[in-house]
Ligand binder design. Structure first.
Ligand SMILES: [Zn+2]
Length: 62
């Protein structure tokens, strides 16, 4: 059974995507994940601004 994506307000900043979702406790969480091949960066933040900042300042590792 496919699980519907709970992400909303997905924003792309360079190779990094930022999305807002609800965690298991129903709180807003904000994820930043890099889509560049081989990078593998992803992190969760309690604030949207923190996630966007991380996305803007992210530098891919070789
Ligand atoms: Zn990256």
């Amino acid at each position: 059974m496919p699980r519907p994506s709970r992400f909303r307000d997905v924003l792309r900043i360079g190779p990094v995507k930022v999305g807002t979702y609800f965690d298991r406790r129903g709180r807003d969480r904000h994820a930043a994940a890099c889509t560049a091949p081989g990078c593998g960066f992803s992190a969760d933040y309690p604030d949207r601004s923190a996630a966007e900042l991380a996305a803007r300042t992210h530098q891919c590792r070789p």
